[in-house]
Design a protein around this ligand. Structure first.
Ligand SMILES: *Cc1c(COP(=O)(O)O)cnc(C)c1O
Ligand code: SF4
Length: 368
């Protein structure tokens, strides 16, 4: 395998070892500059934003970037840009009011039947667009053993919870043993019918998907695994192999893309991404409108962009490749989905629909 400078001297054994990747994450200005070739503005922003939200990039993910290209989608997701320092009055530290819907620490209970369960606040790469910046990467907010035990007890005591989404941070940051304990405990709760795992490791640290981890996941299958690919540049042989191993372990794979300005706000890019995902057995589940989180307004797109992308996909890829376009409403309103408008006229029971090619078709509705 030929890797680019400065990773060309790393042995294959180290490179494919997730612990090596984790312990060699790029965090300092000097090493980031060496790999990415930072601009003056990025160096300045790095220094000024260091307090707000840590920078951390696995060597693997950094190696996917294009050195010196300020518009590289890998770079824009991992290196702070000047916009991160700007704050607006409408931005929220906790945009989804996750803290105020917590019956116990570490659980967000917003819908009657399902919960989010945070088991760690660490991730291999800190995505610049993260909605949970207030917690993620903050060592003082780490989930403790007691907190996780308390969360499991709460789920066991609340039979209306049928669906548990294990999240973070990134749950695969935990050791196999720790994660295995949590998943097996959940599986042993009779009313928990659905277990989901939200993880970006297939994208940022695919080496983490080992046969040992898969053996644990296989014990709790079926498991729904939501991952977070945002751009075709992330679609590598390593990522494909990680997805294949997860599918073989009984994971039902779904992707939650976040729509980001200058990164993937382009229909052709999303089409290419979704084609690759389907080929790997991973269904595009959601495209999320970026939240009103602190310091990410420069990455947000107008709502019309998401609708344009959904409309473009329909007809060019199977329905399985057309995700739902969702907004998670600020203040804890929950998720809603938006769809393009195909109905262009209505006269009584006669409806006129316009398809993707711009052609009109009449449809006669019946009385309710
Ligand atoms: C997103 C979310 C879920 C899961 O929602 P689905 O639409 O079922 O994927 C559950 N709980 C909370 C609090 C959420 O934000
Ligand atoms: S992997 Fe998820 S939780 Fe972690 S920084 Fe990225 S978006 Fe945030």
């Amino acid at each position: 395998m030929s890797r680019r400078v400065p990773f060309d001297a790393v042995t294959d054994a180290d490179w494919s070892n997730w612990r090596w990747q984790q312990s060699h994450r790029l965090r300092g200005l000097g090493e980031l500059d060496h790999v990415f070739g930072l601009t003056d503005g990025e160096r300045d922003t790095f220094v000024r934003s260091a307090e707000t939200f840590l920078v951390s990039v696995t060597p693997y993910y950094a190696s996917l970037s294009e050195h010196g290209n300020p518009n590289c989608p890998i770079r824009l997701q991992s290196i702070p840009q000047a916009g991160e320092l700007l704050t607006y009055p409408f931005e929220l530290a906790d945009p989804l009011a996750e803290e105020s819907h917590m019956p116990v620490p570490g659980i967000t209970h917003r819908y009657p039947d399902r919960v989010l369960f945070y088991v760690t606040h660490n991730c291999p790469v800190y995505c610049r667009h993260c909605t949970r910046k207030r917690k993620v990467a903050n060592p003082e907010s780490a989930s403790t053993k007691d907190e996780i035990a308390g969360g499991l007890d709460w789920i066991a005591a609340n039979p209306e919870v049928r669906d548990v989404l294990v999240s973070g941070g990134d749950p695969l940051t935990l050791s196999d043993d720790r994660l295995g304990e949590i998943l097996l405990r959940l599986r042993a709760i009779p009313h928990v019918e659905v277990i989901r795992l939200g993880t970006r490791n297939p994208v940022t640290l695919p080496q983490r998907i080992t046969p040992e981890l898969c053996a644990i996941l296989r014990q709790v299958r079926p498991l729904y695994l939501h991952t977070h690919f945002n751009h075709p540049r992330e679609c590598t042989p390593e990522a494909a192999q990680a997805l294949r191993m997860l599918a073989d372990a009984g994971c039902n794979l779904g992707n939650q893309m976040v729509l980001l300005r200058g990164i993937n706000d382009d229909p052709q890019t999303v089409l290419e991404l979704n084609r690759w995902l389907l080929k790997q057995g991973c269904r595009p589940y959601y495209i999320f409108q970026a939240d009103m989180a602190l310091g990410i307004t420069h990455l947000r797109t107008p709502l019309s962009k998401g609708l344009e992308i959904i409309k473009f996909l329909r007809g060019r890829i199977s329905g399985m490749g057309v995700p739902q376009f969702a907004i998670d409403l600020p203040g804890g309103g929950g998720k809603i989905t938006l769809a393009p408008e195909y109905l262009v006229a209505r006269e009584g029971s006669e409806l006129v629909f316009r398809n993707g090619k711009g052609e009109d078709y009449r449809f006669y509705d019946v009385e309710p």
